[in-house]
Design a protein. Structure first.
Lengths: 114, 114
């Protein structure tokens, strides 16, 4: 089956520091990867959509300078939260899409900022 | 612009009851609709999706959903719920295509009492 692994599961960082999260697709080729953030109020915000060998498309209010993403192959993607502050806290979800167009999600990386 | 509306923020039922979680969407183009489940503190688990054909689609754990173009709806149903079905359920809509953005509803929290 199609599985998506995300790590770390949770992380705590000091305000102003950065943290990197990784996403691994297993059992299928992830032609595109979407990074979402789920706020404490449970709503989802799309951060960016990445397709292998294409430019990464960031949504409004999210930038490459703040959330640089790497998507080097069909099974791996990573995203860094630079200079994290309180408003960056939440559950970061990686969704990977294969040929069937279904978006499969990992278990998320919960970011706490002190 | 795609929108997804889940009118019920919270639904409470007893174990063994049937349940219907409502989802309405607005979008004029070719789309596919999905349901995801999120247990407390966890990531998103894919339940089922519809993009064409039989409007009733079967998912995991006895869930099914019915697409209605006339009502712009994609309600999720289960004939007999178990306490382990307690979770938040998210309806999502996406355009067709590997670069498409998935738009989520605000979620419906299902509480199953024993």
């Amino acid at each position: 089956g199609a599985l998506v692994y995300q790590y770390p599961r949770r992380t705590i960082c000091k305000s102003g520091t950065s943290m990197r999260m990784e996403c691994q697709a297993v059992g299928f080729q992830a032609t595109s990867v979407a990074w979402y953030r789920q706020s404490p109020q449970k709503t989802f915000e799309l951060i960016a959509l990445s397709t292998v060998n294409s430019a990464i498309k960031y949504e409004q209010n999210f930038t490459q300078e703040k959330f640089p993403i790497s998507h080097p192959n069909l099974s791996f993607s990573s995203m860094t939260v630079l200079n994290a502050y309180l408003e960056d806290r939440g559950l970061y979800l990686c969704g990977a899409r294969g040929s069937a167009e279904t978006l499969y999600f990992g278990s998320g990386t919960r970011l706490t900022v002190l | 612009t795609q929108t997804v509306s889940q009118s019920d923020a919270h639904v409470t039922v007893f174990e063994g009851d049937s349940v219907e979680l409502r989802c309405n969407y607005s979008y004029g183009g070719s789309i596919y609709l999905s349901w995801y489940i999120q247990h407390h503190g966890r990531g998103l688990q894919f339940l089922l999706k519809y993009y064409s054909g039989n409007p009733v689609v079967q998912g995991v754990n006895g869930f099914e959903a019915e697409f209605s173009k006339s009502d712009s709806s994609f309600h999720l149903r289960k004939a007999s719920v178990h306490w382990s079905d307690s979770a938040v359920y998210f309806c999502a809509v996406s355009e067709r295509g590997s670069n498409a953005k998935l738009t989520f509803g605000k979620g419906t929290k299902l509480s199953v009492k024993s």
